[in-house]
Design a protein around this ligand. Structure first.
Ligand code: ATP
Ligand code: MG
Length: 429
């Protein structure tokens, strides 16, 4: 049995091939039936002709419907009129399952398609996105394995918040109230004392109450922590990682980018190092774009869009004011009120895909920040302990892999990046 992509080559012309998969399109005209068959690799036009097949066989094949499953053998030839440039003349076949009526068709409503996500995700475009997503996940992991990091795992049931209480999901845990994790960061920090550099890929859960194009309630979070790193060291690893992932997509997914109409030049033109801009300077610069931001304003999806439509390369925004970030960020001793952190904003209007920076490592400073944020140090005793026993400077980051896929694929909604998106309004199928 061959895979379709492999037989779409002049090496196979005139040869007998066997393939199996699903009916992608079918069209009959009396003595001839065209079946476009798809498998995980590609699609190919197959033709059943009454010159080669019995009347029963012709009836069998011409009455198939979209998404029926079958295998077939036949001779393959180059044919520029066929959808992927080759055509197979069917000699023998075996039908696995004959469909009644596949419910997915063009021009169906958004809600209907979301209810039928389990079927919709077979579409050619979505398949291409999932292949790119697969490359992104692998490349992220490969990059860090190649740079002295260990892969670790953190729990999903937790009793502390990292990003504030408003977006916590509560779970009844044998009568006790616990949360689903918002980030694995604090657990990763505990592991740098033995492993020094660690990363993880895991879901993070956030009860995002507003509906935006870039928020899921369950998303895939790629996080890293590195001992001895300062803010700049961290950014250097991150930009190389992003560039590596993009190069891997360009190496492995050219066909998939074509299927989803993504111009590869957008990705080929990404250059490292990425520009670093202080938050303070970005606020100034945003005036050039006709925006009316002032120092201290938070940058949400709209503001980041307004800025990043003017960029073709990602930028690091550094040194945000303390008031805009959570308590664990390390204040800049040389610039009171600002912290040693960065967000990575993707071009073409996409905005934030990653946040990172130095973590507070001084015990008193951490206790002070915890209290100032109205939290109780006892709840964070294990996180505080790290500042008592061999504390060291360190940095880390969190990257939203779904958002990275969204930008790489040029998609307009984060839902299009993940098989089963979880949002405020949807947890099925
Ligand atoms: P935003 O301002 O967009 O809500 P954030 O500041 O809350 O993002 P962080 O807490 O820094 O984000 O999380 C790290 C990364 O995780 C973000 O840069 C983003 O890529 C991703 N991320 C955060 N929240 C979500 C979400 N609800 N859905 C998908 N990805 C998310
Ligand atoms: Mg958020």
């Amino acid at each position: 049995m061959e895979k379709i992509r492999d037989v779409l080559s002049d090496n196979f012309t005139g040869k007998e091939v066997s393939i199996r998969g699903w009916v992608y399109r079918i069209r009959s005209s009396g003595r001839i039936t065209f079946i476009v068959l798809r498998d995980s690799t590609d699609i190919v036009q197959c033709v059943a002709s009454s010159d080669d097949l019995s009347a029963d066989a012709m009836k069998d094949l011409s009455s198939l419907t979209v998404e029926s499953s079958l295998e077939l053998s036949g001779t393959i030839r180059k044919d520029p009129r066929a959808v992927t440039g080759y055509e197979i003349s069917i000699n023998t076949y075996k039908i696995y399952e004959r469909n009644e009526n596949f419910p997915i068709a063009r021009d169906l409503g958004e809600e209907f398609l979301l209810d039928n996500r389990h079927l919709w995700l077979r579409s050619r475009e979505f398949t291409a996105v999932l292949k790119i997503r697969s490359t992104v996940f692998k490349a992220f992991t490969d990059y860090f394995y190649g740079n002295g990091y260990y892969q670790v795992q953190a729990p999903m049931f937790v009793s502390t918040a990292t990003e504030g209480g408003a977006s916590l999901f509560n779970v009844d845990y044998f009568g006790e109230k616990v949360n689903l994790t918002q980030s694995s960061q604090f657990y990763l920090e505990t592991m740098i004392f033995s492993l020094e550099k660690v990363f993880t890929i895991a879901p993070s859960f956030r009860a995002e109450k507003s509906r935006t194009r870039r928020h899921l309630t369950e998303y895939w979070h790629a996080e890293g922590e590195a001992a001895w790193y300062n803010n700049e060291d961290m950014m250097e690893d991150e930009e190389k990682m992003i560039k590596f992932i993009i190069d891997e997509v360009l190496k492995n997914n050219m066909e998939d980018l074509k299927i989803i109409n993504r111009d590869p030049a957008r990705l080929e033109n990404i250059k490292v190092p990425f520009q670093r801009i202080r938050y303070r300077d970005l606020i100034e610069k945003s005036r050039e774009f006709g925006m009316n931001l002032k120092y201290g304003d938070d940058l949400g999806a709209d503001e980041e869009y307004g800025i990043m439509v003017h960029f073709d390369n990602p930028i690091f925004v550094t040194d945000y004011p303390e008031s805009l970030k959570t308590f664990y960020h390390r204040p800049d001793p040389d610039s009171p009120g600002e912290i040693l952190c960065h967000d990575l904003l993707a071009p073409e209007g996409y905005g934030e895909i990653l946040g990172g920076g130095e973590r507070i490592y001084d015990l008193e400073e951490l206790l002070d920040r915890i209290k100032k944020n109205g939290l109780s140090p006892e709840d964070y005793y294990w996180y505080v302990d790290l500042r008592k026993y061999g504390s060291i400077p360190h940095s880390g980051f969190g990257l939203g892999l779904d958002r990275l896929v969204m930008w790489i694929c040029g998609l307009s909604n984060i839902r299009e990046t993940i098989p089963y998106p979880r949002t405020i309004r949807r947890v099925k199928p």
